[in-house]
Design a protein around this ligand. Structure first.
Ligand code: SPQ
Length: 429
């Protein structure tokens, strides 16, 4: 696995980049394009390994998908025309692919087997298997369906009313995909609002879905039609450079085409609360997904408390927020983030272990972490543990470390941001 040496930055990060397409939206564009009728054209598609796994799975289900760099054309024939795959569906490292795809397969009258890498093999699948079984799907897997490999024999589904036990957009989306194929009205009740890209995309493809407070309703049997999707930049990828701009001395960074969906912008609220020098300009309103330009400069930061309803709006940004907090005055407390334990790695453990190696004052708690800021970080040999977000957080940390760092398993970064080092180099010149 790739091992790289990263040196600190003495001159600041300066310039402008357009962050790559949003991972969550890229996955969903392939999924909806494949189950809709007609041609869907996707631009600014994310060429990350996870999204390429989604394309590969849908090709195995018989969908014609043409890809030319960030432009993807999907020739959808409708959900009922997906075909029984004669190969195993391999989702690689992608939790979104396996959970949402299981929701689609639940309503189709054939057999399929889903696997992923060793990280996927440790992530809980019961959260989607339980509601989909309730709807009538036959799903099995290791430890009674808790883990992959999963074996799905889909069939006729009944709608359900399901109260999500955890705030998860993946579980919500799996149920909504199954609900499209079920008899009657499917209702999903969220404990806290999670990213709503699936709901927005159903409407974009001509479907109907409604929301009242935390309850989402969807009629089964709807037909979706192919459309055009321009994927906004991923705020979760932008987050690494937003934090870099704040903590690397003499920096000034402009990020264009950043997705500003309010269910994803928790990082901006945190940056504001911590005192970041930042300017956000929203682009002309788009009914599909809002976008904008963000400028950020080296800032004097203060610690904060991050808890409650904001957590799903920044769950994937917590590793980089932890690094930010090491450079703020005072203490930052992150609570209510148990979900970090079931991501690509246990992100409470990996963040705390790796930042401690660099000299940070950080402690794990049962549902988050406590960071005392104002620490100078030193060099060390650190490890992404195969988790893209841990790898990028450590690469940004290298910019302010007193000595060079050696990063093991740096190749994991390609899961969501294949051009990450190119962009870092561009801003370093
Ligand atoms: O796809 P995967 O591996 O689960 O990716 C992650 C990430 O950091 O990129 C989580 F590890 O993002 C999830 C996110 O945490 C993507 C996602 C989605 O597209 O619906 C929703 C979130 O997960 P969850 O479990 O809260 O629904």
């Amino acid at each position: 696995m790739e091992l790289i040496t990263l040196k600190n930055n003495k001159h600041g990060l300066k310039g402008e980049i357009a962050v790559p397409g949003d991972k969550s939206i890229s996955h969903r564009s392939i999924m909806f394009g494949s189950i809709a009728i007609g041609k869907t054209t996707v631009t600014n598609f994310l060429l990350g390994d996870d999204c390429l796994s989604t394309i590969s799975c849908f090709r195995k289900l018989g969908v014609l998908i043409e890809q030319d760099n960030e432009k993807v054309v999907i020739h959808g024939k409708g959900m009922a025309k997906l075909q029984e795959p004669n190969e195993i569906l391999d989702v690689g490292n992608s939790g979104t692919t396996i959970r949402l795809l299981t929701g689609i397969l639940a309503g189709l009258h054939f057999h399929s087997t889903l696997i992923g890498d060793s990280s996927i093999g440790k992530r809980p699948m019961t959260r989607v298997v339980t509601p989909l079984r309730e709807m009538g799907a036959k799903i099995d897997g290791r430890e009674e369906g808790k883990y992959t490999p999963l074996s799905v024999r889909g069939g006729k589904l009944q709608s359900i009313t399901y109260r999500l036990p955890v705030a998860s957009a993946q579980v919500k989306s799996a149920i909504l995909f199954a609900g499209l194929n079920a008899d009657g009205t499917t209702r999903v009740i969220e404990p806290v609002a999670t990213r709503d890209h699936t709901e927005r995309m159903i409407q974009r493809f001509g479907g109907k879905i409604s929301r009242q407070e935390n309850e989402i309703q969807l009629e089964g049997g709807q037909k979706l039609s192919g459309t055009e999707i321009h994927v906004p930049g991923d705020i979760s990828s932008a987050a690494f450079f937003l934090v870099a701009g704040c903590i690397v001395p003499n920096s000034s960074i402009t990020l264009r085409n950043v997705g500003l969906n309010p269910t994803r912008t928790g990082i901006l609220e945190v940056l504001q609360n911590m005192g970041a020098s930042m300017d956000v300009q929203q682009d002309a309103a788009d009914a599909f997904e809002p976008t904008g330009t963000i400028k950020v400069m080296t800032s004097k930061l203060k610690g904060t408390i991050i808890e409650g309803e904001i957590i799903p709006k920044l769950i994937d940004e917590i590793p980089i927020i932890a690094l930010l907090a090491t450079q703020a005055d005072g203490v930052t407390v992150i609570k209510d983030a148990h979900e970090l334990k079931v991501k690509e790695t246990n992100r409470i453990d990996t963040v705390v272990t790796e930042l401690k190696k660099l000299g940070a004052d950080i402690q794990a708690t049962d549902d988050g972490m406590i960071i005392t800021g104002g620490t100078k970080l030193t060099g060390a040999k650190v490890d992404s543990h195969g988790d893209h977000r841990i790898g990028m957080m450590l690469a940004i940390a290298s910019q302010i470390c007193e000595e060079e760092i050696i990063l093991e398993n740096a190749d994991a970064i390609a899961v969501s941001y294949p051009d990450f080092f190119e962009h870092l180099n561009k801003l370093s010149i």
